[in-house]
Design a protein around this ligand. Structure first.
Ligand code: ATP
Length: 316
């Protein structure tokens, strides 16, 4: 029996600009983002079943082991698409914090698509996988391919960028704090809708005026110091106000010498860019000493160029 084990990396947003509402009126926002995969990753194990059932196992108390799990929804979607290939047991070892703005659920769904393509020997093309991913959520297509990418539309129109592999980053999150992504976007809409671009022309103009040309240039130059100056996240305008402790993390990272710091996605995870691995370890230690709070979790990690990939971790 073949068992597939996959690593499903988290993502951070180096840039997140909200242009307006999507003009087709589906409730989504029109975005300009630069997304980056990091080495913090969940482990997913897929074991074939003889019946048609899909079974989810995850020990994390905040992850549902039922059909609402994004990994379950990915398997169900693929089953519907390709007909009877059997069922699957999906074991999720959660390392990415939940409700953190790190696309934990999305990356699990992407791993199930990649793993079942192999397990059921479907031979899906990258374009077919991307199209299935987009049906599951805005971040799922990026999670499939990972690396560094410009993401437009609702986040699923991807252009790969030059790899930033190896840049050191520290992630910080309060264990007990989660932010709902729908809440963050709805609150942003309530507060800033008056500034939204209303027509395709206005949206294009806003994209050109704002956008991220400086960030894209520094990425092309692999210049982490300069890149740190152009980090942006519009959702900070609502999340930092509602959660001053997140603002405090960000400020402390800066005081302790981070090159640049920003909230990821809808938060509440804050990341800090540093020069190298040693600085990352030192920054983690300095943050832990400063806050003296067991609720605060810190992860030194790196930018990675991979999306979902097979790994050889030991069996359960
Ligand atoms: P994003 O950055 O894509 O908005 P997030 O990192 O903020 O996502 P997730 O960790 O994906 O948030 O979790 C959001 C919600 O989704 C949680 O309330 C959780 O219960 C639910 N969920 C469903 N499936 C999963 C999964 N496989 N892993 C984690 N959470 C899941």
């Amino acid at each position: 029996m073949t068992v597939y084990r996959l690593a499903a990396p988290a993502k951070i947003n180096l840039f997140l600009q909200i242009i307006g509402d999507r003009l087709e009126g589906n409730g989504f926002h029109e975005l300009v983002m630069v997304m980056q995969a990091v080495t913090l990753a969940d482990h997913i194990e897929l074991v074939p079943r003889l019946d048609d059932d899909i079974y989810i196992d995850c020990a994390h108390p905040l992850v549902p082991c039922d059909p609402s799990n994004l990994a379950y929804r990915a398997a169900k979607l693929l089953q519907k698409q390709v007909g009877d290939r059997g069922g699957v047991d999906i074991y999720i070892e959660k390392r990415i914090p939940v409700g953190a703005g790190l696309a934990g659920g999305s990356t699990n769904a992407a791993a199930v698509l990649v793993g079942l393509d192999l397990l059921w020997d479907l031979g899906l093309t990258q374009a077919e996988l991307q199209s299935l991913a987009a049906q599951l959520g805005s971040d799922v297509p990026f999670c499939l391919s990972g690396g560094t990418a410009l993401a437009l539309g609702r986040g699923d129109e991807l252009t790969p960028l030059i790899s930033l592999e190896g840049i050191s980053v520290v992630l910080a999150k309060y264990r007990s704090l989660a932010v709902s992504t729908p809440w963050a976007y709805q609150t942003y809409r309530q507060q800033f809708q008056a500034n939204y671009a209303q027509t395709p022309g206005e949206q294009e103009q806003k994209r050109l005026q704002g956008g991220s040309p400086e960030l894209l240039r520094t990425i092309a130059q692999h210049d982490v110091k300069n890149l740190s100056q152009y980090l942006k996240n519009d959702l900070e305008n609502v999340v930092l106000r509602a959660y001053p402790q997140v603002q405090n993390l960000r400020q402390t990272f800066t005081e302790l010498g981070a090159l640049g710091t920003m909230m990821s996605g809808s938060g509440p995870t804050v990341f800090a860019l540093v020069e190298n691995d040693l600085k990352a370890e030192e920054l983690c230690q300095a943050m832990a000493e400063k806050f003296q709070d067991t609720d605060l979790e810190l992860w030194p990690c790196k930018f990675c160029s991979q999306g979902i990939h097979l790994v050889d971790f030991p069996s359960r």
